[in-house]
Design a protein around this ligand. Sequence first.
Ligand code: SAM
Length: 289
Amino acid sequence: MSKSPGKIYVVATPIGNLGDMTTRAIEVLSSVDLILAEDTRHSIPLLRHFQIQTRCQAFHEHNEISVAASVCERVKQGESVAIISDAGVPLISDPGFPLVRMAHENKLPVVSIPGACAAISAISVAGLATDRFTFEGFLPAKSGAKRKVLETLLDESRTMIFYESPRRVIDTLKIMLELFGENRQAVLARELTKLFETVHKASLPELLHFVESDSNQVKGEIVLLLEGIQKEETDEDEEELKRILSVLLEELSVKQAVSIAMNLKNLKRNQVYPIALELKKISEDSESL
Ligand code: SAM
């Protein structure tokens, strides 16, 4: 008779404050056969602090596929395994996805042991809309690539959450200011749950000034949050686009007017073309009256 499988536990650990370790996390980590840790040098002191004796093995992006295969075999044989990352929830901008995917492919049980997560902690105190939000993880390090990703978010109406390195936060805020404008609200959530915890909400120029004028604000761990586009902003943008197109259409063809308006407003053809056609039709109709 084949053994019933064990379980794979995805266990959250604190994002700075050891008081956020949950009772269930301690129980599960103490009772499993193996703990897979993103960095054992980082996790062993945490496990010792909670007197957890379980064997710990390194599990990171360079070995996770091979480790995942052998872990699934062990779980099929009845062993239980927990994954932890350096902080917060594994798989959230952290290793673990190949193992969880492989576990599902092998119909092995995966159990969440919830706890601290920087993104969720940050949005819960940011004072930005929480009904809908999008987690964008880390932006690319290089400015050009970062700008391209941010450009895809120009029309995003949900609150956006980014993980950011303290070395790059000023560059990111400068690009955000350029792309999203002076009125957009943003939040710096720094060192959450730790001694120098800071949550600062302001418009993009004010937040940039706050960070540039205090070198402490570019230290530690940072979550940046950006307000989504507001309906009034969308309406104002559409009104301005219509004004530009009306002037251009007095002198130019629809194709030429669309192309210039696209460049001026940094928009895609399908955002401009239908409006230009509508305006052209309205002016032709009024001329034929
Ligand atoms: N898995 C983690 C989680 O659940 O939040 C995130 C891991 S990711 C490699 C690390 C990033 O999370 C940091 O660079 C920072 O952006 C954010 N972060 C982690 N701890 C934080 C804290 N205490 N305060 C603010 N941001 C934090």
